[in-house]
Design a protein around this ligand. Structure first.
Ligand SMILES: NC(=O)c1ccc[n+]([C@@H]2O[C@H](COP(=O)([O-])OP(=O)(O)OC[C@H]3O[C@@H](n4cnc5c(N)ncnc54)[C@H](O)[C@@H]3O)[C@@H](O)[C@H]2O)c1
Length: 283
């Protein structure tokens, strides 16, 4: 049966970012009420100004902070009377430059895991009683990095693979309660997160160009992710893969993974770019 988004209350983390903003607009157009959250109050206030006041709540919320999440979750329920969908979307990658596991800072590696993996766990856990009560939905923004080699992006890929399994487990656990959970797998999307690999950083841009076949190298705008998300929620899809060119890779991930792990380890140009990257960021 189709799941209608009209009057559904949706909490979004990372709402002020590229994918969060596009999804907020698309969900709003479907009639949903929005709880917009992000690290800065100003950023969510700016986004909220685009919507009717009675259909939006904008609150700063840091997904690394349990108290902040619990406060905003209960405020959402007291404002709108319920919470139907939680969209755990906030995510980060390296701050300045890409690193390898060998030369990254321990604290930066752990910060990425804290936001991208534990932040999703905290967000989902806090809203789960409401989602179950309302037979609602959990959706988390994973990535093609859940099944693609995470070279130069290890804490990010580790988190994306982790939240994929978190949601697959959760989906099975929720089935008997008539609630559901979905994994959103975006490919390359034109947002601030990917500016480095699309020209901002010569080394990682070249690695993307050599490391991915032509058809998988291109980026799409976040609005396409938003359309796929809405469509996926309406059908309670377990997996939302966008763009669709990544579907066969996800289906044949075992075989593709064996080949790509071998390719990256044995490609002399890629290996020399890795050394160059480590030299550039040597402490
Ligand atoms: N851009 C891509 O190509 C791509 C591909 C696959 C998956 N994703 C995922 O999509 C999600 C959204 O990313 P985006 O591309 O829109 O990037 P973005 O940088 O535009 O947005 C990320 C948002 O998360 C927020 N955020 C960061 N730390 C936070 C914290 N501790 N608490 C709350 N919010 C926090 C940021 O302020 C930002 O608004 C991320 O999970 C990202 O990993 C992006």
């Amino acid at each position: 049966m189709a799941y209608h988004l009209q009057d559904k209350v949706v909490l979004i983390t990372g709402a002020a970012g590229g994918i969060g903003t596009a999804c907020a607009k698309e969900l709003y157009a479907e009639g949903a009420k929005l709880v917009l959250t992000d690290v800065s109050q100003k950023s969510v206030d700016t986004l909220a100004a685009e919507f009717a006041k009675e259909r939006v709540l904008a609150k700063a919320m840091d997904v690394t902070d349990w108290e902040s999440i619990k406060k905003v979750t209960s405020l959402s329920v007291s404002t709108f009377g319920k919470l139907d969908i939680v969209f755990a979307n906030a995510g980060i990658s390296w701050k300045e430059s890409a690193y390898t596991v060998f030369n990254c800072e321990e604290s930066e590696f752990e910060k990425i895991i804290d936001v991208d993996l534990l932040g999703v766990w905290r967000t989902v856990k806090s809203s789960l009683p409401e989602i179950v009560k309302n037979k609602g939905q959990v959706v988390v923004t994973s990535s093609i990095y859940a099944f693609t080699n995470g070279m130069c992006n290890a804490p990010y890929a580790t988190s994306k693979a982790g939240i994929e399994m978190f949601v697959r487990s959760l989906r099975a656990e929720l089935a008997g309660k008539s609630a559901s959970a979905s994994v959103l797998y975006p490919g390359w999307i034109t947002t601030p997160l990917t500016e480095g690999v699309f020209g901002g950083d010569r080394l990682t841009t070249t690695m993307r160009e050599i490391g991915f076949p032509h058809i998988l190298r291109k980026a799409i705008p976040p609005e396409k992710v938003a359309k796929a998300l809405v469509n996926g929620l309406k059908q309670r899809k377990p997996r939302i893969i966008v763009p669709a060119r990544w579907v066969p890779i996800q289906l044949f991930r075992g075989i593709v993974g064996i080949f790509s792990d071998w390719y990256l380890s044995n490609h002399s140009r890629i290996q020399s770019l890795l050394l160059e990257l480590e030299n550039r960021t040597k402490k």
